[in-house]
Design a protein around this ligand. Structure first.
Ligand code: UDP
Length: 197
């Protein structure tokens, strides 16, 4: 427990392995495996809002996306977190294994331009990786509902969901039930802005 949240004592490689293993198994009956991350800011928000705390605590795995969290956990001695698991480090690691193992990606979030650039950058770096679809993160209403059904029909193994906090956690709660064919959803904050440079 760090700053009130249950954070996984799992390193970067272990987290990537967990995602790939879940991606290679059949989809779960109870919806996609939900992975999220916390840093100091997210923990402060979690403490301030019971509603947001529930969204974070509903995750199957919470990663420590911040070195200060790792330092803080060292005060807990033997229960220390092994290392920082930044989504920006996780993404290429998972992509490399996904390319080898035939695991598919869907990229959801950010502006159309940033989303497209993320798609292209990823394709250049991992040419054998199957990215089965992508969408910017500003859909609403019926358009959004149609997109959710389209994603479920495409049945991507891993959805990288980059909408920022708390939108991405709210999105998971709202739509998980309709994304039964998806194996893993990883909330990704500003990942696509980072990847698109
Ligand atoms: N974003 C999105 N849809 C929204 C709001 C934000 O896709 O309705 C994207 C935004 O383009 C950026 C990412 O979410 O790629 C993080 O946004 P922002 O930096 O505003 O959120 P923060 O991480 O600061 O909470």
């Amino acid at each position: 427990t760090v700053g009130g949240a249950q954070v996984a004592r799992l390193d970067l490689a272990g987290t990537a392995r967990l995602m790939i293993e879940a991606a290679l198994r059949p989809a779960r009956e109870n919806g996609p495996l939900y992975l999220t991350s916390v840093n100091g800011e997210v923990l402060a928000r979690r403490r301030a809002s019971r509603e947001f705390a529930e969204l974070v605590d509903a995750a199957d795995l919470v990663s420590a996306d911040g070195q200060p969290l790792v330092f803080a956990s060292r005060l807990l001695g033997a229960r220390a977190l092994p290392e920082r698991v930044a989504t920006t480090d996780l993404y290429p690691l998972v992509a490399e294994r996904a390319e080898r193992e035939g695991v598919t990606f869907y990229l959801y979030g950010a502006t159309e331009e940033i989303n497209r650039e993320t798609y292209e950058v990823t394709r250049r770096r991992f040419p054998g990786l199957r990215i089965v679809g992508r969408s910017h993160g500003y859909l609403t209403g019926e358009e959004l509902e149609r997109k959710i059904d389209e994603i479920n029909d495409l049945a991507p193994d891993i959805v990288w969901l980059a909408l920022g906090v708390p939108r991405e956690q709210e999105f998971v709660r709202k739509w998980s039930d309709r994304l039964r064919n998806v194996k893993v959803i990883k909330t990704s904050g500003g990942l696509f802005d980072f990847l698109a440079g």
